[in-house]
Each structure stands twice: as C-alpha cells, then as structure tokens.
Write a protein that binds this ligand. Structure first.
Ligand code: CA
Length: 235
C-alpha cells in the first residue's frame, strides 16, 4: 500500500495523463475555451456520448473540434455550416475537445508546437486570409518570439520571404489587431523596431508581414502579392 504522499503523486500523474484522450483513432485535448466560443459556428449532429461525438467529428476532414452536451446529449462539430445554437446549453454541461494532431491530409504539420502550412502561391492579404479560412485555419499568429519564432524557423528551413501573417490595422490606422481580436501593440517585440516598423510607409501599409531573414514583422501594402502561413489551432 503506497503511503499518502505517493498516492497523491499518482493521482496527480493520472490527472495529467488523462489530459490527452484517445476516443477512436484520433487524440483529443480538452478545450480550455468557453462553450460559447466553440459552438458559435457549429452545427449539431446526432450522437449519444462524448465518444460518439468525437467519432462524428473525426469522420469529417474539416472538423478540428467538437463539444458534447452531457445533459441534452447534443453533439456540436465545428468547421461546418453555421447554425443557431439551441437554447438550453450551458457551459457546465458542455465537454469540448480539440484535435491534438494536425490535419496532415491538408498539408499541415506540427512545428515546435504550432500546426502550420506554408502557402507558396502569392496572394493579396485578403485572399490569403480567405485561403486559410477555407482550411478552417487562420493566418499565422506570430505573437511571441519565444513561442512563435522557432515554429516559423522550422517551417521555412532557411527560405527567405515576406509572408502574410494574421494582423492588420485596416479598421483603425495605427491599431494592429490579430484575427482573433487581440491587439498587436506597435511596441511589441515581434516588430522589426530597429528598422522603424511598423512605419506605414507612404500611408499605405496596413497588413503585417513576417520577414524570414530576421523573423520579425514589417507592415506592408495589403494588395501586394505574398506567400503566407496558415495556422490551425490544436491546443
Ligand atoms: Ca513598413
């Protein structure tokens, strides 16, 4: 019989180990975000359990997350047609999960904890944004040198480009916003501040680009044709 200390260490280990759950062949992570975020663009499909709901999502190529209401037994899968969320769902009754793997069939791979795909066809910022959305993805959120630089270095493997990432100041000049609504301050470490970025050159530069020579951001003209990086959120 293990002593009390060992018992609690084992309990803690089991708690961590269960954070990644394998329903069927896909690994899922319990989603830390709110139910509202998850089901706002979801549709309901028939399922009788969390496992059945995960199977329903797993069979859909563009389903990266699902929520199962354990009270009403409703299964919400995302990446599909938007439909109104029925009344009666509360956050407490929802179990939400995201895929713990990248959608490799669509060309996404894990790079240092980020699920990314380099898009080699040059497009405007707006077309690039739409292309990522078609994958259930978004332009890369290059928010932190500590967390987001290495994935980009791994992905680019020495190639030097200007790449669209997911921030612009199109709504309010000088206020850059990521596509998830969070701010990209103009004094953020990710800008090439040594090169006076963002400088809104000729009052025409409103979209953030990652220059992979230095792995820092420059603002650039949104209508320029550039390659870009799409990101799928799997955590
Ligand atoms: Ca600039």
């Amino acid at each position: 019989m293990a002593n009390t200390k060992e018992y609690f260490l084992m309990a803690a280990w089991l708690s961590v180990a269960s954070a990644t759950t394998a329903f069927s062949t896909t690994s899922w992570l319990r989603h830390p975000r709110t139910m509202t975020t998850d089901v706002s663009s979801a549709m309901s499909v028939p399922a009788v359990s969390t496992a059945a709901c995960s199977d329903a999502c797993g069979r859909l190529e563009d389903c990266f997350r699902f929520c199962f209401n354990v009270i009403t037994a409703k299964c919400y899968v995302t990446g599909l047609v938007t439909s109104p969320v029925p009344d009666g769902d509360t956050e407490a009754s929802m179990e939400c999960y995201v895929r713990a793997d990248c959608p490799t069939a669509r060309g996404y791979s894990m790079y240092s904890g980020r699920c990314l795909r380099l898009m080699s066809t040059s497009m405007t910022y707006w077309d690039a944004r739409d292309r990522c959305a078609a994958d259930g993805a978004h332009l890369y959120h290059y928010k932190s040198l500590v967390k987001d630089r290495q994935p980009a270095v791994d992905l680019m493997a020495g190639s030097r480009y200007l790449l669209w990432v997911g921030a612009d100041d199109l709504v309010t000049e000088g206020t850059f916003v990521w596509s998830d609504g969070s701010l990209l301050p103009t004094d953020s470490e990710v800008w090439a501040s040594w090169d006076d970025q963002p400088n809104n050159l000729d009052d025409t530069q409103h979209c953030a680009s990652l220059r992979t020579r230095v792995y820092e951001l420059y603002d650039n003209t949104c209508s320029d044709m550039q390659k870009f990086v799409c990101q799928v959120d799997v955590f």
